[in-house]
Design a protein. Structure first.
Length: 228
């Protein structure tokens, strides 16, 4: 078979403690998955369910790499999130079985054109360009579950220029990782290489050119990203 052009290289994420790479397939994201964030977003936690959306796989950005301030926004936001890396094909898996499909965990930042997202949301329209733009998914190295286990607790935090803006615990997630994998695996066939950004706690806010975002989840890793 002859391709009409050379396909783009597969995006990858480094795996901690090895010289190996995790080839990225799709990036799934969960919105509205921490009660305090649902409230700050102006929604009633009793009436809302976590929502799923996607970013392109090639939106990943390695730890320490600058991101550009994107076009078409005047309100560019950070969102610190626990990321799950899928290691096995998963279709209609139960919550009880879901951890068997996890390769590892990372720290991610779900960068967002917030003004665009809110305008699209108000109109009931898809919010893809507010979430799935180029370089919108900074991510730390992936830590294998075989090394760190399956974290259920741990401080999750993000600071901008040294000021802590988000500070919570991953035990505050409304849907845990097993429930997310089970639900997503009924909507899509999850494949090795898929990443799942599992939602952000409260404290979301803007960054401007030059700002330094430092973030982390205890027991997993840290992630540093500057806006250029
Ligand atoms: Mn998010």
């Amino acid at each position: 078979m002859t391709m009409i052009f050379e396909p783009k290289a597969t995006p990858t994420v480094d795996i901690a403690g090895t010289d190996k790479k995790f080839p990225v397939n799709r990036i799934y994201c969960v919105g509205l998955n921490y009660v305090d964030h649902v409230r700050e977003f102006g929604e009633d936690p009793a009436k809302i369910k976590p929502v799923y959306f996607m970013k392109p796989g090639d939106a990943v950005v390695a730890n320490g790499v600058d991101v550009p301030y994107p076009s078409h926004t005047k309100n560019f936001h950070y969102e610190i999130e626990l990321v799950v890396a899928i290691g096995k094909r998963a279709s209609f898996v139960s919550e009880a079985d879901a951890e068997n499909y996890i390769y590892g965990y990372a720290v991610g930042n779900d960068l967002t054109r917030r003004d665009m997202q809110l305008a699209l949301k108000d109109k009931g329209m898809p919010w893809d360009p507010s979430k799935g733009f180029d370089m919108s998914a900074p991510i730390s190295t992936i830590h294998q579950a075989s090394a760190i286990g399956h974290p259920k607790h741990g401080r999750i935090w993000l600071s901008v220029n040294g000021d802590v803006k988000q500070d919570s615990d991953i035990d505050q997630m409304i849907s845990g990782t097993a429930k997310i994998i089970s639900e997503l695996s009924e909507l899509y066939t999850l494949e090795p290489g898929d990443l799942i950004f599992t939602g952000t706690p409260s404290g979301i806010g803007p960054v401007v050119s030059g700002d330094l975002m430092e973030a982390g989840i205890d027991g997993i890793d840290t992630l540093t990203t500057r806006v250029r």
